[in-house]
Design a binder for this molecule. Sequence first.
Ligand SMILES: Cc1cc2nc3c(=O)[nH]c(=O)nc-3n(C[C@H](O)[C@H](O)[C@H](O)COP(=O)(O)OP(=O)(O)OC[C@H]3O[C@@H](n4cnc5c(N)ncnc54)[C@H](O)[C@@H]3O)c2cc1C
Length: 229
Amino acid sequence: MENKTSHAPRVAVIGSGISGIASAAMLKKNGFQVEIFEKSSKIGGVWALAYPNVRLQNIFEQYHISDFPWPFKPEYHPTGTQIMQYLQEAVNHFQLDVKLEHEVKSLKEQPEGWLVRIQGPDEYREEPFDFVMVSNGHYSDGKNNLRFPDQELYQGRVMTERDLQSLEAFKGKRVAVVGFGKSAVDMADFAVQQQAEQVFHVFRTPRWMFPGNCSAYISPIIFSTDSGQ
Ligand SMILES: Cc1cc2nc3c(=O)[nH]c(=O)nc-3n(C[C@H](O)[C@H](O)[C@H](O)COP(=O)(O)OP(=O)(O)OC[C@H]3O[C@@H](n4cnc5c(N)ncnc54)[C@H](O)[C@@H]3O)c2cc1C
């Protein structure tokens, strides 16, 4: 879209996960006026919602805004708390304007830009912006509510990793973990660590796994091979 405005173009960034923060930082450095709208009460996107003891699968050197390296030394695979701290420091460093508890409800295209409809904690408003950056992620909505035939006959608790507030939940329990993604493998591992009575890991498709302490050495090799270096 051609920008005919005389002021610095205004950009509404939807979402304050790492994508929204990185986009806002780069736009601001390039002279745009940027506001980030975040529907939840915390920045950080998935990292603000993640279960206790979550860690980055990548190593820290591969996960940061390109011109804002980690300002403190995190663990090799940073914890969720360290990632949250990094993102908050990035917001402070780039002096980003983040509006928490502001959900973008809809966008209406205008002859020059967009009318952004925003639900704040106290008010609903419409504001014109020259551009909109959509960084709303794909894991931050509610989880699927699983329903199985005869589920009401089951006496135990059915939960997703989003419901897990404390790893103690596994203690002394018989636990079935369903799936073989990152979160499922973490859950099975946590359950064993927490002395669950028994842990069953149920999945359709097995995947290759290698221990976390190997990934420190292997993942840089994979990444540098992928990029042809
Ligand atoms: C457990 C877990 C582990 C992961 N590990 C890794 C890893 O090791 N390496 C890796 O690269 N990736 C990993 N990921 C993927 C992770 O999703 C990305 O790294 C990254 O954090 C996604 O950031 P994002 O900003 O795109 O989205 P999100 O973090 O999902 O942020 C989107 C934000 O937009 C907000 N939002 C959505 N809709 C609206 C709206 N209408 N109005 C206002 N705000 C809105 C949400 O509230 C949210 O804060 C992991 C994900 C999970 C869940």
